[in-house]
Design a protein around this ligand. Structure first.
Ligand SMILES: C[S@@+](CC[C@H](N)C(=O)[O-])C[C@H]1O[C@@H](n2cnc3c(N)ncnc32)[C@H](O)[C@@H]1O
Length: 284
């Protein structure tokens, strides 16, 4: 029995290493990892900016989104935000982004699509402080809060955006109910995230039973894999820079968890162990 349990544990660890993504790890990381990461990255050690915590994204043929020179280093993560928003006519609307991270997507969408207002909410207080200092645009603000308990009145927003974060929320169904509550009638939920193959049925059931109507749903594994490839060198440089005080082996595990070519998530997206999906929903 003891041997079996131990073998089980070893197999599970191997799987986590192979895949990179693990739900329990992601929840712990949301609580402790992101705040620590922001503190390390927000200037104390100087150096490179880390404005996007999500993956790169590229279509075939290449999207070729026109970018300012200053945005060019973040082309692939920007293209994911662009894809989510481009058909949604954000101009003049009130937008909420839940889990806005270090605010790179919020800043790009605000400058490019000119909504009336943009609120970025995140659980990570250090990330919110960083965003307030780094992204100073009229109509945009950042608040600390929990995706499962949104601190806004009913019907406050025309659009809610959520990109690669919901897998760390302990109560995903409650998050969806909160999105439906804060959206206005006719409002849009622009959503993308990943799940393990074995989680997909429950994920789908939660999406289909929430108080929102599905307008479209796409599996975007190839686009994310392409994004990982294109973004890989920059991501590895960032990891090497920020984690230079850690042993090489630990840095390579960090790469595995952070979406680089040949990393755990990359391989799992290619072999179907992970599913990355883009949904558009509306409040009828
Ligand atoms: C992978 S990052 C993605 C951030 C951003 N969407 C991007 O692409 O750069 C996930 C984010 O989710 C946030 N997060 C995790 N759990 C949360 C919760 N319960 N409520 C709000 N934000 C949460 C984390 O702090 C982190 O900023």
């Amino acid at each position: 029995m003891i041997t079996l349990a131990r073998t089980d544990r070893i197999e599970r660890m191997k799987l986590i290493q192979r895949i990179g993504y693990h739900p329990t790890f992601e929840r712990l990381y949301a609580k402790y990892g992101y705040p620590m990461m922001t503190r390390v990255m927000s200037g104390k050690l100087g150096g490179m900016e880390y404005l996007f915590l999500g993956p790169g994204y590229e279509e075939d043929p290449a999207m070729g989104v026109l970018l300012d020179e200053a945005d060019e280093p973040n082309r692939y993560p920007i293209q994911f935000y662009h894809r989510l928003a481009v058909d949604e006519h954000l101009a003049g609307k009130d937008i909420l982004e839940v889990s806005s991270g270090h605010g790179g997507g919020a800043s790009y969408l605000m400058r490019t699509f000119k909504p009336k207002s943009y609120v970025g909410l995140d659980l990570n207080p250090a990330g919110v402080t960083f965003c307030r200092q780094r992204h100073n645009l009229p109509g945009m603000r950042f608040v600390q809060g929990d995706a499962q308990d949104l601190p806004f009145p009913d019907g406050s927003f025309d659009v809610v955006i959520n990109l690669e974060a919901s897998h760390s929320y302990p109560d995903f169904a409650r998050f969806l109910a909160e999105v439906a509550r804060v959206l206005r009638t006719g409002g849009r939920f622009l959503y993308a995230d990943l799940r393990l193959r074995k989680e997909v049925d429950q994920w789908t059931a939660d999406m289909q039973s929430c108080p929102l109507q599905t307008l479209s749903r796409r599996v975007v594994n190839p686009e994310i894999v392409r994004g990982y490839e294109r973004n890989s060198q920059q991501r590895r440089e960032q990891i090497d820079h920020y984690m230079r005080f850690l042993p090489r082996r630990l840095r390579s595990s960090a790469a595995d968890f952070s979406g680089v070519e040949g990393g755990g998530n990359d391989l799992a997206l290619q072999n179907g162990e992970l599913s990355y999906q883009h949904w558009v929903m509306t409040k009828a």
